[in-house]
Design a protein around this ligand. Structure first.
Ligand code: BG6
Length: 449
């Protein structure tokens, strides 16, 4: 049974979920499979409908056969060509308490699509989910927000960042604020550095055309990595109201200052489909930031992300300062404690400690206390889009990003120095860090969960 934040079972309402751009990759790979699971789990009612929209012409039957994963809920799936006439088409399927419109479209079409939806007659009855990237820089994000707000209110807009819906990312706030043992040390007096990794082993694959206009910093840091940093470092919200959580994240975004940046590119990137021959786009980025507030001044934050690296892995690490007086001998006796949030591929939280080896001598070794999702939870861990779609249906904005958050995150990046040189690295290798040997050895934690 699924409970919401107040411990009650949320009411399921008869809903229409509209996917604009339904013949695209996102609908096929993520949205329809996620909806199918929600239906299997009876989190979507059997009288709710999913309507795919696109430019191509399909019958409902042809549309359904595109999705192997629709199985039990194929008959709840319909297709409509274009936005014109969509409102009547939805009405022809029944009366719905909730209408969610998911923009699974190229970002360049967001503005005109929103206007078309308004002209088609959609008003307060819809919630609109918008995929990242939301803008290309501060000015374009602001302009996009302004144009959306001409037609729909902020309360109807759900800007999705799928990292926020990853299980281990959702657990950051619970871990920090539902336990009393961490808060006292969660500050620069005790934490030496904060480190975030988002490594991918795949290159740009089929998405060269999009990625080449973006690069690792805009594609990953502006949204996913800064959001994870906010959750790791924000002050406790006064309540679980999404606005209270967002306002604490906004305080962090305001306090962030980027100090150093380095970019790299894997060899062979220029030969990828859709990439300009004279491209200057990075596929690897490392940044050093500081958070200018009372809690974190004095604790540097290091972030790195890239494609075509040696592994797929996302981790957030906090390294504690060493004890001021080394009572035990090096190396283990003076080792720093570390807390690692393993976000993917396997989820868990690991605390690194030093302990005594059994025996007559005083021999110390480093040891890990690992809380691994695989060991602790039976059953599948929900995929991020299942959670995002369900929350959009429930109207819960906790895992969605506000207009102000998006704009602030872009503003921080807009000031970045442009570096001409791109460090070149081999596919499957991690470029040498410009920060030297400061990194937590995240590979040590690979086998743990
Ligand atoms: C997307 C980026 O937001 O996140 C992609 O646009 C990236 O470039 C992807 O590959 C990574 O997501 P995940 O969930 O596979 O880590």
């Amino acid at each position: 049974m699924i409970f919401n934040k107040t411990g009650t079972v949320p009411e399921k309402e008869k809903s229409a979920i509209i996917i604009l751009g339904a013949s695209g990759d996102l609908a096929r790979r993520k949205l329809i499979p996620a909806l199918s699971v929600l239906r299997q789990q009876e989190l979507i009612r059997p009288d709710s409908v999913v309507i795919g929209e696109g430019r191509s012409e399909f019958t409902d039957e042809e549309f359904r056969t595109r999705f192997k994963s629709c199985k039990g809920f194929c008959k709840q799936l319909f297709y409509h060509q274009g936005i014109t006439g969509l409102k009547d088409f939805i009405a022809s399927k029944g009366e719905f308490k909730k209408i969610i419109i998911f923009l699974a479209l190229p970002p360049a079409s967001y503005e005109t699509t929103i206007e078309k939806l308004f002209n088609e007659g959609f008003r307060d009855e819809v919630n609109i989910v918008i995929e990242k990237p939301f803008g290309r820089d501060y000015n374009s994000a602001r302009k996009l927000n302004d144009s959306i707000h001409k037609y729909f209110s902020e309360k109807q807009i759900f800007r999705s960042d799928h990292y926020l819906a990853k299980e281990a990312v959702q657990n950051i706030l619970i871990f920090r604020f539902a336990n009393s043992i961490f808060e006292a040390s969660w500050n620069s007096n005790y934490i030496e550095s904060i480190q975030i990794n988002a490594f991918e082993s795949i290159g740009v694959e089929e998405r060269g055309g999009y990625f080449d206009h973006s690069g690792s910093i805009k594609d990953m840091v502006q949204n996913h990595l800064l959001q994870m940093l906010c959750l790791t470092t924000m002050d406790p919200p006064v309540s679980l109201d999404p606005e209270d959580i967002r306002s604490q994240k906004i305080n962090i975004l305001k306090a962030i200052e980027i100090e150093e940046v380095s970019r790299g590119r894997y060899s062979g990137y220029l030969d990828e489909k859709g990439v300009a021959p004279d491209s200057k786009t990075e596929t690897w980025a490392e940044l050093k930031l500081k958070i200018n507030n009372h809690r974190w001044a004095g604790t540097p934050v290091y972030i790195r992300t890239g494609k075509a690296l040696d592994r797929k892995g996302t981790e957030i690490g906090l390294r504690f300062r060493k004890r001021p007086h080394a009572l035990y001998n090096p190396p283990e006796g003076t080792a720093s404690n570390e807390i690692i949030f393993k976000v993917q591929p396997s989820e868990g939280i690991v605390l690194q400690l030093t302990g005594k080896n059994p025996g007559m001598d005083l021999q110390l070794s480093r040891t890990d206390m690992a809380f691994c999702y695989n060991d602790n939870f039976k059953g599948d861990i929900p995929e991020a889009y299942q959670k995002l779609l369900l929350d959009a249906l429930r109207g819960d904005k906790t895992l969605f990003v506000s207009a102000e958050e998006t704009e602030l995150a872009w503003k921080k990046l807009d000031g970045l120095p442009e570096t001409e040189t791109l460090v070149s690295y081999e596919r499957g290798k991690v470029p040498e860090s410009i920060f030297g040997n400061i990194w937590i050895n995240f590979e040590n934690y690979q086998g743990l969960c």
